[in-house]
Design a protein around this ligand. Structure first.
Ligand code: ASP
Length: 339
């Protein structure tokens, strides 16, 4: 126990849900019942306050307005607390953690997302351990008083991961998330083992909260048998400024002339980014001819970013007033440990 003060921001999700007797399905309930179920929470920080979204939501309903609400809540309470825990449904947690990682610049305090696969009141719940450890991590300090983990991270299933490196990989297991391209920031067992070599350091600058988000981004997942109509609709959609192309392997895509013609046409007026469909590994468009032709057609590399992180990065960069060429240049920069 230390004397850190923690704010828990409760947005909804399974952790706080109960079966609604009328509809017979899980729905979010208020935060007081979480505290009732986890009285030991108080042992891990000096003081714990909570702020609940109203209404509480299933995270399938998360949208950029809610990311702004989370970011503003953290900004408005930044001086009062040493760390923040965001209780969030698992379905879109990786998107929200990615978005917050770009919106909260110069972060010096932990923002730890967590949730659970079973409600906190269920006998075999994973919610208690996830919540208690997330609070302990948010409260953790270095000997000089600085935060141990000044990052937006996800704690789930005994592992602390950089938020913008995660993907939800399992709809049932308590190990619901993976960070395939980056080692854990910490792992919990009898003790919490921090991986200080990987944890990002605060840059010494004051917090800046960037609320500009431009959502004119689409995702095109390549698959055998994809038709020119589908590719054209997504790549040339008039409302789209950027398209994430989810390719095969190291960034490879079909070499059919109609496909490459459409890519070239779209690349003339939009930002096209190459992200691999593989859960792990990186895009390298110089490895195969089928990747090289994408590069030659004007597609830029997303390196080893997850799709979730790339979507959030594009929303953030497009919403920050950069020109398309500036956005393309920033896509090659590791802004928040996402590549
Ligand atoms: N549907 C729920 C949500 O994302 C699932 C969960 O919390 O695990 O809100």
């Amino acid at each position: 126990m230390n004397n850190s003060s923690i704010l828990i921001i409760y947005t909804g999700g399974t952790i706080g849900m109960k079966t609604d007797p009328v509809v017979g399905a899980l729905r979010p309930f208020d935060f007081s019942q979480i505290l009732e179920e986890v009285p030991e929470l108080k042992k891990f920080a000096g003081s714990i306050d909570s702020y609940s979204f109203d209404p509480l939501i299933d995270s399938s309903d998360i949208d950029p307005e809610m990311w702004k609400k989370m970011a503003v809540t953290i900004r408005d309470n930044y001086d009062k607390y040493d760390g923040f825990v965001v209780l969030h449904g698992t379905d879109t947690m990786s998107y929200s953690a990615s978005a917050l990682s770009f919106m909260l610049q110069n972060l010096s305090k932990p923002v730890i997302f967590t949730g659970s696969q079973l409600p906190v009141g269920a006998p075999r719940t994973d919610g208690k351990e996830n919540l208690v450890s997330a609070v302990e991590i948010a409260a953790a300090k270095n000997p000089d008083g600085s935060s141990r983990v000044p990052e937006v991270a996800i704690y789930f299933g005994s592992v602390l991961m950089r938020g913008n490196r995660t993907t939800k990989v399992n709809a049932e297991s308590f190990e619901a998330f993976r960070s395939p391209n980056l080692e854990p920031l910490a792992e919990t067992g009898i003790n919490i083992r921090y991986n200080d070599r990987v944890i990002r350091k605060w840059n010494g600058l004051p917090l800046v909260v960037s609320l500009g988000l431009d959502t004119r981004v689409s995702i095109l997942k390549i698959h055998p048998g994809i038709t020119p109509q589908v590719v054209s609709n997504i790549l040339l959609g008039p409302e789209t400024r950027a398209v994430i192309i989810e390719t095969y392997g190291a960034g490879n895509a079909p070499s059919a002339p109609w496909f490459l013609d459409l890519v070239r046409e779209a690349a003339a007026s939009k930002i096209l980014v190459n992200v691999t469909q593989c859960p792990a590994g990186t895009v390298d468009m110089d490895l195969y001819a089928t990747g090289k032709q994408m590069k030659d057609a004007g597609v830029v590399s997303g390196y080893d970013s997850t799709t979730e992180a790339m979507l959030a990065k594009l929303f953030h960069l497009l919403g920050s007033g950069y020109s398309d060429s500036e956005v393309k240049a920033q896509l090659a920069v590791n802004l928040k440990g996402e590549i």
